[in-house]
Design a binder for this molecule. Structure first.
Ligand code: ACO
Length: 351
């Protein structure tokens, strides 16, 4: 039966390294606080005058395309996962097509707005398109330029210290090789907590209802007109997070969704050769590792160097692990993510 394989991987992170100590120049925080709570030592920030989410994605994509042994014109579908797109619209998918110089129009481009689980959602969609025979070379990119939109001051410190910039990409192709390929993908969502990890402006809600509830705006005659302005002034265009709720949900959902994937494929926890979790927080990854009884060498973490790169974190980590020789033919690789929405998911891939 036809399955989907990862034929090429690439990642790109900007060369500007920002340590925890450097962030103390912008807000009241400390290296000790950040490392103890999140495991992060440093992160990368893009150079604003040189790079965007799309250009970083294109760098990762070109590497993945080269490693897959195809030409960029062979790509027949682009999936771009990001929460920090270049523009509100159009999406990064078409911008990536242009950036790569793909001039043919016999190609589709789709943006995924599923934050931390965006790569898993993209992988699942790509898998369906490949298995039905609709496409043969799908380029899936996860990229983020968080540093453009964080609140770099003490009120925003619980969020801003966590996130970093970067991009990862894979090329997906059909495979007939016995046993090889994506074995399963599991996708979940629960919109109950949508605002607990969110950036609520700009948005069609105009800020009125959410803003009133969240910030207690007065219900004035001109409320409907000015409330949006107030929302902007109250910095609702910065991401906000109820960290403890996210932590609690993440440590529950990560193991659940991994066990679900194993059950679907009839495999045991012990069959996992490498777990590549979304790099939300080192403490979350360690909890998941302990819950699954995996050794240190069976889990790939790199949040220490790059922070949380949201949709880019899994492809960056997967590519880094692959480059380090940690992903070999026949290995069972498990990917898992949890994030804003809340949405979460997992994938099992026989390499
Ligand atoms: N530096 C110093 N002090 C800080 C910082 C900071 N960067 N951020 C918050 N604090 C302070 C708070 O102001 C608060 O002080 P107070 O007690 O005087 O009011 C105190 O630390 C505790 O604040 P909390 O927000 O309760 O901090 P907590 O201990 O929960 O740690 C953290 C925050 C690290 C975000 C934690 O909740 C967590 O790990 N949550 C998981 C969320 C996560 O990892 N999200 C990643 C993005 S989402 C995703 O990818 C799934």
């Amino acid at each position: 039966m036809m399955k989907t394989k990862i034929a090429g991987l690439g990642f790109y992170v900007p060369d500007w390294v920002v340590t925890n100590d450097e962030l103390t120049k912008l807000m009241e925080t400390s290296d000790a606080w950040i490392q103890e709570r999140t495991g992060i030592k440093e992160r990368r920030y893009a150079r604003k005058h040189e790079e965007t989410t799309t250009t970083m994605g294109a760098r990762a994509a070109q590497i993945a395309i080269d490693r897959a042994g195809i030409q960029k014109e062979d790509v027949d579908f682009i999936i771009f996962a990001t929460l920090s797109p270049d523009y509100y619209f159009p999406g990064c998918g078409v911008l990536l097509q242009r950036e790569l110089g793909i001039t043919k129009t016999e190609i589709g481009a789709l943006d995924i707005r599923n934050q931390c689980s965006g790569f898993i959602y993209g992988l699942s969609i790509a898998d369906q398109f490949i298995k039905t025979g609709m496409y043969k070379n799908i380029l899936l990119v996860g990229a983020e330029m968080h540093s453009m939109g964080l609140q770099f001051s003490t009120p925003g410190r619980n969020v801003s210290v966590i996130f970093g910039d970067g991009a990862g990409a894979v090329v997906l192709q059909p495979t007939q090789k016995e046993g090889q390929g994506i074995l399963t993908t599991q996708l979940h969502s629960d919109g109950t907590h949508a605002e607990q990890l969110a950036m609520i402006s700009p948005g069609s809600h105009g800020g009125y209802h959410l803003g009133k509830e969240k910030f207690g705006f007065p219900d004035t005659e001109f409320g409907e007109i000015f409330v949006y302005q107030e929302l902007i002034e109250q910095k609702s265009y910065y991401p906000t997070m109820e960290g403890q709720l996210v932590f609690k949900m993440a440590v529950q959902k990560f193991p659940e969704v991994i066990m679900e994937a194993l059950a679907k494929t009839g495999l045991e926890k012990s069959a996992i050769d490498l777990l590549v979790p979304h790099q939300a927080n080192l403490r979350i990854s360690q909890y998941v590792q302990a819950k699954l009884g995996l050794r240190d060498d069976q889990v790939w973490n790199n949040i220490q160097k790059y922070g949380n790169t949201t949709a880019a974190s899994i492809p960056i980590a997967l590519c880094e692990a692959w480059e380090a020789g940690k992903v070999r033919e026949g290995d069972l690789v498990c990917l898992a993510a949890f994030g804003s929405g809340f949405t979460w998911g997992s994938a099992l891939i026989r390499w």
